[in-house]
Design a protein around this ligand. Structure first.
Ligand SMILES: CC(C)(COP(=O)(O)OP(=O)(O)OC[C@H]1O[C@@H](n2cnc3c(N)ncnc32)[C@H](O)[C@@H]1OP(=O)(O)O)[C@@H](O)C(=O)NCCC(=O)NCCS
Length: 186
């Protein structure tokens, strides 16, 4: 995948623009977007462990890649992995299985950037629907998804593993957009 160009989020130049039809953002010089491979998994797992109460294991990522799911990695100019996303196409929909920014790099616009990249990647794959699940207690992620145009379409009872409050429901969110030729997905 060729590196896209986007203003450096750290310098405040990133605009929270969410066009109806996703557009691939541009990265600032030195930032790189790439497909996730087995070589990334040590760094991915290290971030994952610190970012979630119930993280994916390295094996989960390996299996996901082996199953043909698309992994995206975002690296800063020092080649440090700052975030990643996992995408699973199912018939005519893309499922966002995982989107994570290194906890030390959160609230700098990188989650917004990764989500925009994931949406644009989906659009480039000629799919026009993205689905995801999120914990209702994950207010930061929820705010990001709603800002990006996702709407709640359902709730899966007790979907997530136990927290101090017991098992937690998942909100199912969806974003749809028309194809370039104007057709709205059914
Ligand atoms: C969710 C996540 C990817 C967001 O990444 P991020 O780089 O911190 O997000 P951004 O800086 O791009 O934030 C974009 C917007 O999302 C919202 N947001 C993100 N984190 C937030 C938080 N902790 N609290 C409130 N709002 C938040 C804000 O509206 C923010 O805009 P603002 O900073 O201009 O106010 C990141 O917090 C993360 O990796 N969390 C752990 C893994 C996770 O929960 N993934 C989602 C699973 S469904």
């Amino acid at each position: 995948m060729s590196a896209a160009m986007l203003p450096d989020p750290a310098d405040g130049a990133l605009q929270p623009a969410w066009p109806i039809i996703p557009v691939m953002p541009q990265l600032a010089p030195g930032w790189t977007l790439d497909h996730m491979t087995a070589r990334d998994l040590q760094e991915v797992a290290r971030i994952e462990q610190r970012a979630y109460s119930h993280p994916w294991t390295r094996g989960n990522f390996e299996n996901s890649l082996k199953a043909g799911h698309g992994g995206l990695t975002l690296r800063d100019p020092s080649n440090t992995l700052v975030g990643y996303a996992m995408l699973m196409p199912v018939v005519d929909e893309m499922h966002l299985l995982n989107i994570t920014v290194d906890p030390d790099r959160q609230r700098q616009g990188l989650g917004r950037l990764l989500l925009a990249i994931a949406l644009a990647t989906t659009h480039r794959g000629n799919l026009h629907t993205m689905l995801l699940e999120v914990r209702p207690s994950n207010l930061g992620a929820l705010a990001l998804y709603l800002e990006a145009g996702f709407v709640e379409i359902g709730r899966r009872k007790g979907y997530y593993p136990a927290t101090a409050l017991g098992r937690e429901d998942a909100l199912v969110l969806r974003r749809m957009w028309p194809s370039e030729t104007g057709g709205v997905p059914a």
